[in-house]
Design a binder for this molecule. Structure first.
Ligand code: UDP
Ligand code: MG
Length: 327
C-alpha cells in the first residue's frame, strides 16, 4: 500500500489551481482578490496556473501583469482557441503539485469552496467535486436542458457521471496522473473524471451568476458538447439504431408477406401509391438516421486515429520545465 492510499494526509502539500481563460479580461481583476483571499486560508504551498485558451481581447496583457506581480502565478498560452477541455488538459499536464483544483475564471465557482475541497483532500479524498445546489443567473432553458442531459447520460453510460457537477473540483496527484494517461481527442472531461474512479467525494455549493462578461457557450456549442459526452461514453445510440433497424425490417417483412398473400388471392389492382410512398419514406428515413448515428461514431474514430496533439503552447510565463509527456 502506498502512502497516498492512507486514510488521511497530514504533511504539508503543494496545491495548484488551474484556471482556463478565454476572453475574460472583464473578470480577471475581480477573480484574483477573491482567489487570493480563499487560498490564504489553506495551509499549502499554492500556485495558480492560468491557461489562456487563445484569447483575443486584453486577457494576455492582464495575465502578464498578474504574473509579474506574483511569482506564484504561472501562465500558459495556447496557440489558438482549442476549447475549455483542451485548456484544462494543458493545465493538468503542467501542474506539478500534490493536488490540483480546476476553477472557472468567471467566479461562477466560488473560490471559497476550495477550502472545503482541501479539507476533503486532507481526509483522504482523491477527487472532491462540486455539486451545484442552485444555479443562479442561468436561464430556465439552460437549467432544463442541463438537467435533462445529466439524467440522460447517467442512464446511457456505464461510467459514473455525477449529476449537476461541472469541472470545478480538486484532484489528487494520482487522479491527475491517471487523467493524464487518457489522451483521447474527444474529451468529455466530466466523463473522464468519473472514469478514473478512486475515492470521490461530493461537496455541495451554490453556483453564482457570472461576475462579468458573457458565457462562451451558446446552444450550438452545448449541443455539440452533449453529443460529445454521449458518443464518448456510450454506444447506446448505436444499439438503438440496430433495434430500430430490426423493428422496421420485421414490420416490412410482415407487410411484404401480407401484400404477396393478397396479390395471390385477389390478383393485383394497380392502386397503392400512398402505401408505397409511406413505406419508402419510412424505410429511407430510418436508414438515414441509422447511417447518421454510425457516421457520428465513425467520424470520431477518424479524428482519434490521426493522433494529433490536444493543444499547442505558444508562450509560457513563470513555468517550470514541462512534465514528461504522455503520448
Ligand atoms: N473557456 C475556455 N475556452 C473556451 C471557452 C471557455 O477556456 O473555449 C473558459 C472560460 O474562460 C471560463 C470557463 O471556461 O473560465 C467556463 O466558461 P463559461 O463561463 O463561458 O461557461 P458557462 O459557465 O457559461 O458554462
Ligand atoms: Mg461561466
Amino acid at each position: 500500500m502506498s502512502i497516498e492510499s492512507a486514510p488521511s494526509r497530514t504533511v504539508s502539500h503543494r496545491l495548484c489551481v488551474i484556471v482556463p481563460v478565454f476572453n475574460e479580461s472583464a473578470v480577471l481583476s475581480l477573480l484574483m482578490p477573491r482567489l487570493d483571499a480563499a487560498l490564504a486560508t489553506i495551509a499549502a504551498d499554492v500556485r495558480v496556473l492560468f491557461v489562456d485558451d487563445g484569447s483575443t481581447d486584453a486577457t494576455p496583457q492582464e495575465l502578464a501583469r498578474i504574473a509579474n506581480n506574483d511569482a506564484r502565478v504561472g501562465v500558459l498560452r495556447l496557440a489558438r482557441n482549442f476549447g475549455k477541455e483542451a485548456a484544462m488538459t494543458a493545465g493538468l499536464d503542467h501542474a506539478d503539485a500534490d493536488a490540483v483544483v480546476i476553477i472557472d475564471a468567471d467566479l461562477q465557482d466560488p473560490p471559497e469552496v476550495i477550502r472545503e475541497f482541501w479539507s476533503q483532500f486532507e481526509l483522504g479524498a482523491d477527487v472532491a467535486y462540486g455539486v451545484r445546489i442552485s444555479r443562479a443567473g442561468e436561464s430556465w432553458l439552460k437549467r432544463i436542458t442541463a438537467a435533462t442531459f445529466y439524467r440522460l447520460i447517467d442512464r446511457m453510460s456505464d461510467t459514473p457521471i455525477p449529476r449537476d457537477t461541472g469541472d470545478f473540483r480538486l484532484l489528487s496527484r494520482r487522479a491527475v496522473d491517471a487523467l493524464r494517461q487518457l489522451r483521447e481527442r474527444h474529451r468529455f472531461m466530466k466523463g473522464l473524471f468519473g472514469w478514473v474512479g478512486f475515492k470521490q467525494v461530493a461537496v455541495r455549493y451554490h453556483r453564482e451568476p457570472r461576475a462579468a462578461g458573457a458565457s462562451k457557450f451558446n446552444f450550438w456549442k452545448l449541443w455539440n458538447f452533449a453529443l460529445e459526452g454521449i458518443t464518448s461514453f456510450s454506444t447506446v445510440p448505436l444499439r438503438i439504431a440496430t433495434w430500430i433497424g430490426l423493428m422496421t425490417a420485421l414490420v416490412a417483412f410482415i407487410y411484404g408477406t401480407v401484400i404477396i398473400a393478397k396479390t395471390l388471392i385477389y390478383g393485383e389492382p394497380v392502386r397503392g401509391y400512398p402505401s408505397l410512398m409511406s413505406v419508402m419514406l419510412l424505410l429511407g428515413g430510418t436508414q438515414l438516421v441509422a447511417l447518421g448515428i454510425i457516421g457520428e461514431y465513425l467520424g470520431r474514430m477518424y479524428e482519434e486515429s490521426k493522433r494529433r496533439p490536444l493543444y499547442l503552447i505558444s508562450e509560457s510565463t513563470n513555468m517550470a520545465p514541462p512534465l514528461p509527456k504522455h503520448v
